[in-house]
Ligand binder design. Structure first.
Ligand SMILES: C[S@@+](CC[C@H](N)C(=O)[O-])C[C@H]1O[C@@H](n2cnc3c(N)ncnc32)[C@H](O)[C@@H]1O
Length: 216
C-alpha cells in the first residue's frame, strides 16, 4: 500500500483527532489513487485539528493538486462541554465556544503542508451549495447526526467525479459499535447505484463512483 512520508505519518500520530493509523493509511492510499488517476483536488468534511487533513495534504502535494477541508470549527454535538469527546484545550476562552482552527493551523504549519491545503471555514451544506468543481475524492467525517450526515452526503456526493472516490468514516453496521448516521449514508450511496464499494478498513469505507445514476 502507498505510504505517506515518514514525517507526515509522525505528525499524524501526534495530532489531536479521532482517526486510528490503519484507517489513516487506507484514507491516504485512496486519496493518492484518486488524485493521481484523475488529477483533481481532494475534499474533506470535518477538519477538527487537522489529523486526517495531513494525509490528504501529503497525497495532494505528491500529485500536484490541493486538499480542501471544510469545518465551522465549533465542534460536533459529541465534542461540546459535558460530552464524551470534549477537549477543554480547544475552547476559545474569550468567546466561550470551541475553536479548533488555531490548533489545525499549527498542525499544518508544523508538518510543512500549509501550501497544499485550502481551509473552508463554514457549514458544510453552505460550502457545498456554492461548490462548482469535480473532485477526485470526498471524505465525509463531519457531524454524526442524521441531519448532518445526510446533508453532507446530499451536498457533496454529486461533486465526486466519475471514477472518483467517496470515503465515509465511522461506518458501524452494528449499533453496539457506534452511531448509525454514517452507516445510513453509506447504505444510501450503495442503494443509489452511483457507487460501488472498493474497500473497508475498520470503520472507513471507500466507494467508487461507477454508475451513471446521479447519487440519490
Ligand atoms: C469527527 S470530527 C473530524 C475529525 C477529523 N477528520 C480527524 O481526523 O481528526 C468532526 C468535525 O466536523 C465538524 N462539523 C460538524 N458538523 C459540521 C457542519 N455541519 N459543517 C462543518 N463542519 C462540521 C466539527 O466541527 C468537527 O470538527
Amino acid at each position: 500500500m502507498t505510504q505517506p512520508a515518514t514525517a507526515v505519518l509522525d505528525a499524524f500520530t501526534r495530532a489531536k483527532g479521532f482517526m486510528p493509523t490503519d484507517e489513516g493509511l487506507a484514507l491516504y492510499a485512496a486519496a493518492t489513487d484518486a488524485t493521481t488517476r484523475l488529477g483533481l483536488p481532494l475534499l474533506e468534511v470535518g477538519t477538527y485539528c487537522g489529523r486526517s487533513t495531513l494525509l490528504l495534504a501529503d497525497a495532494a502535494r505528491a500529485a500536484g493538486t490541493v486538499a480542501i477541508t471544510v469545518d465551522h470549527h465549533r465542534g460536533s454535538e459529541e465534542q461540546q462541554p459535558g460530552w464524551e469527546y470534549h477537549d477543554p484545550d480547544v475552547v476559545d476562552p474569550e468567546v466561550g465556544r470551541m475553536d479548533t482552527l488555531p490548533t489545525f493551523r499549527r498542525t499544518l504549519h508544523a508538518a510543512g503542508l500549509e501550501d497544499h491545503v485550502i481551509a473552508a471555514v463554514g457549514r458544510s451544506p453552505q460550502v457545498a451549495a456554492v461548490w462548482g468543481k469535480p473532485l477526485a475524492l470526498v471524505f465525509i467525517d463531519g457531524g454524526h447526526t442524521d441531519e448532518h450526515a445526510a446533508a453532507d452526503y446530499e451536498g457533496w456526493a454529486p461533486h465526486v467525479a466519475p471514477d472518483g472516490l467517496l470515503v465515509i468514516h465511522d461506518v458501524f453496521p452494528d449499533p453496539a459499535d457506534g452511531g448509525q448516521a454514517p452507516y445510513r449514508i453509506y447504505r444510501r450511496a450503495l442503494a443509489s447505484g452511483a457507487f460501488t464499494e472498493v474497500s473497508a478498513t475498520r470503520s472507513l469505507r471507500v466507494l467508487r463512483r461507477t454508475g451513471t445514476n446521479p447519487p440519490a
